[in-house]
Write a protein that binds this ligand. Structure first.
Ligand SMILES: [Fe+2]
Length: 241
């Protein structure tokens, strides 16, 4: 009998111990949940301030350029739409979005007289304009969180056949995001009013892009671009006029 009473005591003390451990674990779990939520809201805050900074920089370029209007926003939306058809994770990558938005940041160094000139540019003026990818890269050089975005800025005027600038990269040497971007940029340029010509319809822009496949543009990206329904591109143009 004594032995039984002793065993019961042992069992009851173990039960108490295990209940205490369970409560402790619950407290740990709740602390962890709280830390996780705090961390998540801090990450979100940080991301929001990144987005706000990138948008402020983008606006600094756009206010100078009369033609562009919402060019950066449109070209970003086109670029992300194309990315969804080429490499879906890229469409969710903030670096792609930041790079698309900031692609022409280097134009802050191009004088107004050249930026707004209606007549054809002289060779020297063209040389100055063509410095903008490297200028943009330099402006953002020390901003670590724009790591991949900087590649889009530097390489957005490279061409698939190697005839682009500033580095004359060829084919897959050009980062995929920059290859996607150059189609988005051309699409917007063709379908937007310019001082020297009216906007062309989407059909014509599509034909022009297909024509440049394998020369200016990556054929795989052009093929993906062809799969995008007109309605998706028209919606972007309408919403970001
Ligand atoms: Fe550019």
């Amino acid at each position: 009998m004594d032995e039984l009473a002793r065993l019961r005591e042992v069992v009851s003390s173990r039960e108490k111990e295990s209940e205490e451990k369970e409560r402790q674990l619950e407290r740990y779990a709740s602390d962890l949940r709280e830390t996780f939520m705090e961390e998540r809201s801090r990450t979100q805050e940080l991301r929001n301030s990144y987005v706000a900074t990138v948008r402020a920089l983008t606006n600094a370029v756009e206010v100078r350029d009369a033609y562009t209007g919402k060019h950066a926003e449109r070209v970003t939306a086109y670029g992300l739409e194309i990315a969804r058809y080429v490499e879906p994770p890229l469409a969710e990558d903030p670096q792609a979005e930041f790079g698309f938005l900031l692609h022409d940041i280097g134009k802050v160094a191009v004088p107004d007289g050249i930026l707004h000139k209606r007549e054809p540019l002289t060779d020297e003026e063209r040389r100055i304009v063509e410095e903008h990818p490297v200028t943009g890269w330099r402006i953002l050089e020390h901003i670590d969180y724009l790591s991949d975005a900087k590649k889009i800025i530097r390489f957005h005027h490279e061409r698939w056949d190697g005839s682009g600038y500033p580095d004359g990269l060829k084919g897959e040497e050009i980062p995929l995001s920059a290859r996607i971007f150059s189609i988005a940029d051309s699409l917007d340029a063709i379908t937007t009013d310019r001082p020297y010509r009216a906007a062309a319809p989407l059909l014509l822009a599509r034909a022009e892009i297909v024509k440049c496949s394998g020369k200016q543009f990556d054929p795989t990206v052009v093929e993906a671009f062809r799969q995008i329904p007109d309605a998706a591109l028209e919606r972007i143009r309408r919403e970001l006029e």
